[in-house]
Design a binder for this molecule. Structure first.
Ligand SMILES: [Zn+2]
Length: 173
């Protein structure tokens, strides 16, 4: 199976490149119908549905220190393996990084980056690794900022309506 990118990354030296990438990411997330209160697993399911492929997420006990994740392309989709020996928050970030490769259509270069040792190791000399990390960081920042901005749940329907109008709108909503 070939990658079919949903997120078109701007050319390398384009001015305001990351601003444009963030804007395109927000537009894509709105089009996918996911909310910033949704989990990264929900986002993976929405991406899979849009692409008409399967995206299976699973934990894997990679050797420590070593890789955080690997994405394997199959005939009908992707298997994303995420390091089991780390926190839930880190796993969400790692999953976001792998989803970014799927969105940008760079899973093949990510596989090559594993061989070269730049994939999810903090070495971002590879521009496609930098883009994947930028997308993952933007996603997790938006999701966390949105959760932090939530007001307490209101039992009364009128108060709940009022709360929704007063609540800060953050991320891509
Ligand atoms: Zn990567």
């Amino acid at each position: 199976m070939q990658d079919s990118p949903l997120l078109i990354v701007p050319p390398a030296r384009m001015p305001c490149r990351y601003f444009l990438l963030r804007h395109r990411l927000a537009r894509l997330l709105r089009a996918l119908g996911v909310d910033s209160t949704d989990s990264i697993e929900t986002l993976a399911a929405a991406v899979a549905q849009r692409l008409g492929v399967s995206i299976d997420l699973a934990e894997y006990p990679f050797r420590v220190p070593g890789f955080f994740a690997a994405t394997i392309r199959t005939d009908d989709g992707y298997h994303v393996l995420v390091q089991s020996e780390t926190s839930r928050e880190h796993q969400a970030h790692i999953t976001g990084h792998e989803l970014a490769h799927i969105l940008c259509g760079t899973t093949e270069s990510a596989a090559q980056a594993i061989v070269n040792g730049t994939h999810r190791t903090g070495d971002y000399s590879n521009p496609e690794e930098r883009d994947a990390e930028f997308v993952a960081r933007t996603l997790t920042t938006w999701i966390r900022a949105d959760l932090d901005a939530r007001l307490p749940t209101q039992a009364d329907a009128h108060a709940a309506r009022l709360m929704r109008s007063l609540e800060d709108r953050i991320a891509w909503a």
